[in-house]
Design a binder for this molecule. Structure first.
Ligand code: ZN
Ligand code: ZN
Length: 341
């Protein structure tokens, strides 16, 4: 089978590898679609993964072989599957903080979604794989994981009907968040980015106002739109550290800032007095947990997430590097990029 293997920043090789053997409770999946996640781009361009890794975790596919002991699935089933599984018993899992479980990050698909075939380990079959209903396409199935990640983030902040939300970053994740926030009956949704195409798309997905932070004063505009209060919630969906101090200026007293995108590993300073006096909450959100997938699938099926409008590019597996370069190009009209075998 073919896999797209990461070696170096500009070196992803389309290589032949043996199809993985499956064991008890496992299935072999033929990858149909694997979404390109912002974290894949971050890992490749930031070279934060070991050489010879196969990335990709937003997977939908067809089961081509089932191991002994599998009763709930059969050959030909169309499924989505996510890559990390918590242990459900540790200190964190007992407190429902599944993404902080040690086992969570240690578990993965074999070799990864950017491959023609994938061995789905027994734990994943049990906890992170699910069947796609007939009216949900493979392309939609590949969006279950990113939608689930957004839902996990929203579990940490409480958006009440009418709350105002500022989303910083209108990429693939920002656009999903706009649609979920709209669904949660938010009041004003303000979206900021430097890419005019993305800002225009944000309005299509349900944003009320956009700010091009390259040309407009974001803090001023947010204050003007919120009667000088600031927004109830800020969601940071672009991995740019300087967005945190900006978010601190845009959030109202007692408001929340959700850090959704991976920040660079460096210190960020924020006005500490305001943080304390105004009781600002800054909350990180990483990945998703097994309970988010079913709801994500439902939202996709019900059309809460307009997946067809989000997918702007499709690349074959042999062109993964081109796909990453395209997704990273600020001049490209790009939101969601999908990879097909
Ligand atoms: Zn992802
Ligand atoms: Zn655990």
């Amino acid at each position: 089978m073919k896999s797209a293997v990461f070696y170096d920043k500009h070196d992803i090789r389309y290589e032949e590898h043996p199809i993985p053997e499956i064991g008890v409770g496992e299935v072999l999946l033929k990858m149909e679609i694997c979404g390109l996640c912002g974290t894949d781009i971050h890992k490749v361009l930031g070279e934060t993964v070991p050489s010879s890794s196969v990335l990709g975790h937003e997977v939908s596919g067809t089961i081509v072989k089932v191991g002994h002991g599998i009763e709930d699935y059969k050959e030909g089933d169309r499924v989505y599957v996510a890559h990390h599984v918590p242990c459900f018993t540790c200190h964190y899992c007992q407190r429902k903080m599944y993404t902080l479980c040690k086992q969570f990050k240690e578990t993965n698909l074999d070799p990864g979604g950017f491959s023609e075939y994938i061995r789905v380990p027994a734990l994943h079959v049990k906890h992170t794989m699910g069947k796609l209903p007939n009216d949900v396409t493979f392309e939609q199935g590949a969006l279950v994981e990113p939608v689930a990640c957004c839902l996990h983030g929203f579990e940490s902040i409480r958006i009440r009907p009418g709350d105002s939300v500022l989303i910083l970053g209108a990429g693939q994740i920002g656009c999903i968040q706009i649609q979920i926030v709209r669904h949660l009956l938010a009041g004003q949704i303000i979206v900021s980015d430097i890419n005019p195409y993305r800002l225009e798309q944000s309005l299509q997905f349900g944003a009320d106002y956009t700010v091009n932070s390259q040309h407009e004063n974001m803090v001023e505009k947010v204050m003007q739109l919120t009667g000088g209060n600031g927004v109830d919630h800020v969601i940071i969906s672009a991995g740019i550290n300087s967005l945190l101090p900006q978010a601190m200026e845009c959030v109202r007293r007692g408001g929340t800032i959700l850090v959704f995108a991976p920040f660079k590993n460096e210190n960020i300073s924020i006005p500490a007095e305001r943080f304390f006096n105004d009781e600002i909450k800054v909350i990180g959100s990483y990945s998703s947990n097994p309970y988010n997938y079913e709801i994500a699938l439902q939202m996709i099926q019900q059309g809460v997430i307009a997946t067809e409008k989000m997918v702007t590019h499709r690349f074959p597996l042999s062109q993964l590097l081109e796909a990453i370069q395209c997704a990273h190009n600020p001049n490209e009209h790009v939101l969601k990029v999908l990879i097909t075998p």
